[in-house]
Design a protein around this ligand. Structure first.
Ligand SMILES: Cc1cc2nc3c(=O)[nH]c(=O)nc-3n(C[C@H](O)[C@H](O)[C@H](O)COP(=O)(O)O)c2cc1C
Length: 191
């Protein structure tokens, strides 16, 4: 049953007000609930694209490698990213109010490592490699990306360990016939 349908499911507002257990009680949940490591192992089987999500503005420039990126809607175009609450870059995203999702080409694996903190670079220093320009939002746009989505933050919610950040898409650009960088079973691959 969909939330808010005429068969009496809860509306999104009611859902937000009530605990999920009150709405859909699940028997024996403790017996089947995965622990954190089981969950991570299962998620490792789910292949994703690799992106560098950037921001810039009054709080300064920042960027992180992210796979928790998805589209929400095409009308209006809307995107969602999840940023760990321990991220040093996160406050800059909120204060600047804009972000750019740069979907990486296969050749940009080294950049993915830089922006994942694997080479010891932080904040501004991560931008020393790669070719970056500013276009609509002011967030850094990677010229070698296979797709870019410039966004303005419209909603921000903290869920468990992550900030869930939703943005209106202000501009998109993409390149065909260039292989993308993927991540599967904790390894990079090309597709
Ligand atoms: C393939 C890959 C995907 C990642 N996806 C995410 C993600 O979706 N969200 C996130 O918060 N961190 C993600 N990370 C980890 C961040 O890139 C890493 O913690 C980053 O260094 C945070 O930087 P900061 O603390 O300077 O903000 C990912 C790392 C890799 C290698």
């Amino acid at each position: 049953m969909n939330a808010g349908d005429e068969k009496g499911g809860p509306t999104p507002t009611a859902f937000a007000r009530k605990r999920r257990d009150d709405i859909w009680p699940l028997p024996d949940i403790a017996a089947v609930m995965p622990d954190r490591l089981q969950f991570r192992d299962a998620m490792a089987r789910v292949g994703t694209s690799v992106h560098i999500v950037t921001t810039d503005g009054k709080a300064g420039v920042a960027g992180i490698t992210a796979s928790a990126v998805t589209s929400v809607s095409d009308d209006p175009p809307t995107m969602l990213i999840c940023v760990n609450r321990s991220s040093h870059s996160a406050p800059r995203f909120f204060a600047n109010g804009v972000f750019c999702i740069n979907t990486l080409a296969a050749d940009d694996q080294a950049l993915a490592d830089d922006f994942a903190g694997r080479t010891g670079l932080h904040l501004d220093a991560r931008f020393q490699r790669g070719s970056w320009v500013r276009e609509v939002s002011g967030a850094p746009v990677l010229t070698s990306a296979i797709a870019i989505f410039e966004c303005r933050i419209i909603e921000l919610r903290d869920i468990a360990t992550h900030h869930v950040i939703v943005g209106d898409v202000l501009a998109v650009r993409y390149r065909k016939e260039v292989a993308g960088l993927g991540y599967h079973d904790r390894r990079y691959l090309n597709f």
